[in-house]
Structure formats: C-alpha cells, structure tokens
Design a protein around this ligand. Structure first.
Ligand code: ATP
Ligand code: MN
Length: 297
C-alpha cells in the first residue's frame, strides 16, 4: 500500500470514511489541516487543547480527550494544576506535526484554552458563546452577535466574530494585558446579566433550559480556567464537515449560516484572503479593568 505521509507523520487507514454522509476520509481531514495549517496553528499552538476524537468515524462513538495519548511523539504536554488541586498533563500542540499526529490518532475537532501554556492563570481572550434556542433563525443569531459587539464597544472593547460550524456564533474579545480568571469570569458574567436585563425577550444568561425558549443563550461560562471553545478553522465532527470560520463583521450579513464554510469550501476562502479576517486580534492592547465596574454587581 502507498504510504501517506504529511509533515513526517504516516497516516494509517487514509481511505477510512470518517464522515459517512459526506464521503470524507481520514486522508481528506489530514489534507485539510495541512492546507490551512498556518491559519489554524496560531490559535492552538502552545495552549492546552482538548481534541474530539472519532477513531472509527463520526457515525461511531467519539470522545473529548484532554490528557496526552500514549504514542504521541510530536505533541508537547503541559503539566498543570487542575481545579481539584491535582497535577495532570494536558495535550499542548506546538507544530504542524502535532496537529497531523493528532489527526492520525483520530482527532477531528480542536478546543484550546483561552490561555497560553506559559501563562495558565491569565485569560488572553474572552468568548461569548451565543446559542440559539431551537426554532430561532440565523438572522436572529446574527442580530444577537451584533448587539453583543456594540455593547462591548460601549465599554471600549473591540470584538471579533466566528461561525462555530454549528448553530451559533462566538464573539471573541482579545485581552492583552494580564487578566486573571477571576476578573475574566466576573466581567463575562456581569456583561451577560446586563444584556439579559436590557433585552429580556432576546437573551437569557442562566443555564435553565426551560427559560431559554425563543431566546439566545449567552453562555459566559466559557470564560473560566480550564474551559475550552472550538478553535478557529477547526473542523466540526458534524454532518456537512463544517469549519469554525473567523469573519470580518462586514461579512456577517452575507453569511447564510455555518454550512457556508466546510472542509470543501474553506480552503478556497483562505486562498483568496489578503489579510486575516481577524486583523488586529493579536496586537490589540485591551484590558478589562476599566470595563469591569460597568457590569459588576
Ligand atoms: P454551536 O454553535 O453549535 O453551539 P459550539 O462550538 O459553540 O457550537 P457548544 O455546544 O455551545 O458548541 O459548546 C461550547 C464549547 O464547550 C465547545 O466548543 C467546547 O469547547 C466545549 N465543550 C462542550 N462539550 C464539551 C465536553 N464534553 N468536553 C470538553 N469541552 C466541551
Ligand atoms: Mn455554542
């Protein structure tokens, strides 16, 4: 059999169908990540990262994995103290070879912490995860994201948007001065509660499912130590092989939904981009310390 090798990693069972409805193979997944690697790697490199693995394809059992897999040779581990107080090793990709190796081990989705391995007690971005209740349309999710953006802007915070590859959107706020998790969490919670107070018919900020009907759930709990969100450019293990795609705010109105960006279409978009849709994300100097009092309770 011909050997399939990417970034020095041998892909075994390259012909295995991982997305049965879409006829997408393990080789297709490795090729996708290899093609978008520079864009993708920037969001996961040197961060503790959980992977969602489906070794037998998405029609079979899948599982999140945060601890290192025996046999990994190109993926660093970071030893960290968990909330329980225990020390444990976490998967921490560092290179293209790490990513392809994890794909070889069945990883499809990548979910990093909002903190770097060398600074685990500080968030370097916030994620507001907007989850629409069943029955809400895409246009309502878009409207919700724009409202979150403008309320953040009132607090002098610039934000960025991405499709998740699923039903909602993520609004992401880069932070580039040290922000402990206590401040990140307090701000995110206060902001979500203020939003619910201002727009009680549109938003719900607490978890009880029964109260979410017809509303957008603004999940602020992504902003605590150890929580993860899907990485930009990660594939999703969902029918259609969608990709979590960063957009310019000006592109959001043209987007019809998560299905606009898939393993088959994302590469073409990236090849045509002259600059990152999240231009400025890495260099913005934003802090929550001035904004916190406005939302804190
Ligand atoms: P959607 O737009 O469909 O909501 P999403 O990526 O926001 O897509 P959610 O179900 O809202 O999906 O989950 C938000 C995040 O929570 C995920 O991106 C993931 O990082 C994290 N998460 C969810 N379930 C788990 C789990 N079992 N283990 C680890 N992380 C999880
Ligand atoms: Mn979500």
């Amino acid at each position: 059999m011909k050997e399939h090798r990417i970034d020095g990693i041998v892909i075994t069972h390259p012909e295995r169908v991982v997305y049965p409805d879409d006829d997408i193979t393990k080789q297709d997944i490795a090729d996708y990540y290899a093609a978008v690697m520079d864009w993708f790697l920037a969001g996961v490199s040197q961060r503790p990262t959980s992977v969602l693995r489906y070794p037998e394809g998405i029609g079979e059992k899948g599982f999140f994995q945060k601890h290192p897999i025996r046999g990994l040779q190109h993926t660093e581990h970071v030893r960290l103290r968990e909330e329980s107080g225990e020390l444990d090793d976490y998967i921490c990709p560092r290179s293209a070879a790490s990513i392809i190796e994890l794909v070889q081990f069945g990883a499809i989705e990548f979910h990093p912490w909002a903190a770097r391995a060398d600074s685990l007690d500080e968030a370097d971005y916030l994620v507001f995860d907007l989850d629409p209740a069943p029955g809400l349309g895409w246009s309502e999710v878009v409207e919700a994201a724009r409202l979150v953006k403008s309320r953040l802007a009132e607090l002098a915070l610039q934000s960025f948007v991405r499709t998740t590859g699923g039903k909602g959107l993520h609004v992401v706020v880069p932070l580039h001065s040290s922000c402990g998790w206590d401040v990140a969490k307090r701000f995110a919670q206060g902001f979500a509660h203020r939003l619910e107070e201002a727009q009680p018919h549109a938003f719900v900020a607490h978890a009880s499912r029964s109260e979410r009907e017809g509303k957008i759930f603004i999940d602020y709990l992504r902003n605590s130590r150890g929580a993860t969100s899907v990485a930009s450019y990660s594939l999703r293990a969902r029918t259609g092989a969608t990709v979590a795609m960063p957009l310019r705010w000006t592109e959001l109105g043209k987007c019809q939904g998560a299905q606009d960006f898939t393993i088959r279409t994302a590469r073409r978009r990236l090849a045509g981009l002259r600059s990152s849709p999240w231009e400025g994300f890495d260099t913005l100097r934003q802090s929550l310390h001035e904004a916190l009092p406005a939302v804190d309770t």
